[in-house]
Design a protein. Structure first.
Length: 402
């Protein structure tokens, strides 16, 4: 595992850690989001050399730069600009006031804090905060669905930090977009999105640890993972979450319906749990961890949505219609040899809108161009692995193109 030094000045008692911390051997000392409340624990970390994942460090620097930029826009004093840090709790201000990319970053950060607090010091209002956060995230997705998918999918392929929260947020977004295709009432969909956000509430520390560590999980970890669905539902019940549908979905989100069983024959909770189980697999496939590189989203869509005969079942068909064969945020090569990134879904699942990044000759383009893949000359030729695209897309410019 490649690591970079971590600046001790970024350690703040009482605040969530912005990145996972390792020692010089690569052993995980503290996961991202852990709160150093104990003075002895803080001193122990402050007194040794610390290292972190380079992607997590880069993301933290980007968020600090965004926080400083926000202060500059407010005409803050220079000392306040220099001291700016990303909000630990996004709920302190409305996500609607933020640029979309920063809004999703803050939403993930708040969810990360909620999930990690659930088993430690959640407070009596924890269920209310989770539900309020779910409503805010759904509203953010509705505001700009394609751009939101782009940001969440693309970020999944490059981040290991805040793994459990980002995974849950991406799952929530995909479930929210697919749910209308099943005809479920909106109040039931609220239960589904709540379940997506909280499905791994019993093991957030473990999920973060597994994502940041390239070692295979041991027997104790595997035992925790085996029961985390039921354990999560039980924990949510003890915390006071009274949404019975959400609790049932969390408890069943690893139960796969029997082969050939129609969804209509299942109760609503089991139908929704079956969708969440499939979305969970999709999100895992396209998310980077220390143990595996992310799959190209188009490849993951095929593996998750298509059966052995190459045809989608009811859930697979809904997912393809909801997010597309080539979801926003995925890289593709076009018929003419250009390489670009999908910025929006199209009229059909396999006909997205693509912003070109690399010309047919292999040179980066100074100005991206929007391609409508319904035109034969711009048809999608194949999916492209993110590792093949060695330039950083200008996200804000790209999501504004469509």
């Amino acid at each position: 595992m490649r690591l970079v030094p971590f600046d001790h000045a970024e350690l703040r008692p009482g605040e969530p850690l912005p990145v996972p911390l390792h020692d010089g051997t690569g052993r995980l000392l503290a996961a991202a989001g852990a709160v150093l409340r104990d003075g002895e624990q803080f001193a122990l970390l402050a007194g040794r050399a610390l290292y972190t994942d380079p992607r997590a460090a880069s993301e933290w620097k980007r968020r600090i730069a965004a926080a400083m930029d926000a202060k500059l826009r407010q005409n803050a004093l220079l000392k306040d600009v220099v001291a700016a840090r990303p909000d630990a709790v996004a709920g302190a201000r409305s996500l609607d006031t933020l640029p979309l990319a920063l809004a999703w970053d803050e939403a993930v950060t708040e969810l990360h804090g909620l999930l990690r607090a659930a088993a430690q010091s959640p407070g009596a209002d924890w269920p209310r905060r989770l539900l309020a956060h779910g409503r805010q995230a759904r509203a953010l997705l509705a505001r700009r669905a394609d751009a939101s998918l782009y940001l969440l999918v693309h970020r999944a392929g490059e981040l290991a930090a805040q793994h459990c929260a980002h995974h849950a947020m991406l799952a929530m977004a995909v479930c929210e977009l697919a749910a209308p295709l099943f005809g479920w009432p909106d109040e039931a969909v609220s239960g589904l999105t709540c379940a997506a956000l909280a499905m791994n509430v019993a093991v957030p520390h473990l999920h973060d640890q597994l994502a940041a560590n390239d070692r295979e999980p041991g027997a104790a970890m595997l035992a925790q993972l085996a029961t985390h669905a039921e354990d999560g539902a039980a924990l949510l019940g003890r915390l006071g979450l009274d949404d019975r549908l959400a609790l049932a979905i969390v408890a069943a989100h690893h139960q796969v319906p029997a082969a050939g069983q129609a969804l209509a024959d299942l109760p609503c909770a089991r139908q929704m749990a079956a969708l969440l189980a499939r979305v969970d697999l999709l999100c895992t496939a396209i998310t980077r961890s220390a143990r595996h590189d992310p799959a190209a989203p188009a490849q993951a869509m095929r593996e998750v949505c298509l059966g052995a005969a190459g045809a989608p079942d009811e859930i697979g068909s809904a997912l393809l219609r909801a997010v597309g064969v080539f979801p926003p945020g995925s890289f593709v090569e076009l018929a003419g040899g250009e390489i670009g990134v999908v910025v929006a879904r199209g009229r059909r699942a396999n006909l997205p809108y693509v912003a070109t990044l690399i010309g047919a000759g292999g040179m980066p383009l100074g100005v991206p161009a929007l391609r409508d893949t319904t035109e034969r000359r711009y048809a999608v030729k194949t999916a492209v692995a993110a590792a093949r695209v060695r330039i950083r897309p200008p996200h804000e410019r790209l999501i504004a193109m469509r």
